[in-house]
Write a protein that binds this ligand. Structure first.
Ligand code: FEO
Length: 175
């Protein structure tokens, strides 16, 4: 069994991952409406990944004999001024999730909860990868600039990144 505090903190993380999934779904929809098909495919996949992050915690809490709770998800933002603004917000959101994971790791240490500490290692690595990926995307977007055809090139670039990610995940067995 988890401590009551740890159960509550992990349930809060479920809500955060669930919100990320919905926020990215909203971003995917915005991109699709702008016919940025590379960006929308990328964001749909990110949304699905966040759902998997959420479910992993669900199973962990229940496997530990406690109770994973389905969160109430507030409606996320659905409009952005530009694709640059959208990806800046993705990066900021990932940084916020990383800080939350760091707090959970610190709590596991404090509680000497070695099982949760081991469970969280996957998230520590995942967050490192996601932050690096989002920083790379922002760097590419900045490199392309905001000339007349920039949206075309940004979408092409994100599409290529998305395909590379899918290929890597397939090679790793789908994680
Ligand atoms: Fe599950 Fe990207 O935070």
């Amino acid at each position: 069994m988890l401590s009551k505090q740890m159960e509550a903190s992990l349930n809060e993380q479920i809500a955060l991952e669930g919100y990320a999934s919905f926020l990215y779904l909203s971003m995917a929809s915005w991109c699709e409406k702008k016919t940025l098909t590379g960006c929308s495919s990328f964001m749909f996949r990110q949304s699905e990944e966040e759902r998997q992050h959420m479910l992993r915690i669900f199973h962990y809490i229940n496997d530990m004999g406690d109770h994973a709770l389905t969160p109430a998800i507030p409606q996320p933002k659905y409009d952005w001024a530009s694709i640059q603004e959208l990806f800046n917000e993705v990066y900021a959101h990932e940084q916020m999730v990383s800080e939350s994971i760091d707090r959970l790791v610190a709590q596991s240490y404090d509680e000497k909860d070695h099982k949760t500490l081991a469970f969280l290692q996957w998230y520590v690595e995942e967050q490192r990868e996601e932050e690096t990926l989002m920083r790379t995307i922002l760097d590419r977007i900045n490199l392309i600039g905001d000339g007349p055809q920039s949206l075309y090139y940004i979408d092409k670039e994100i599409s290529a990144i998305n395909k590379k990610q899918i290929a890597q995940e397939t090679a790793q067995g789908g994680e």
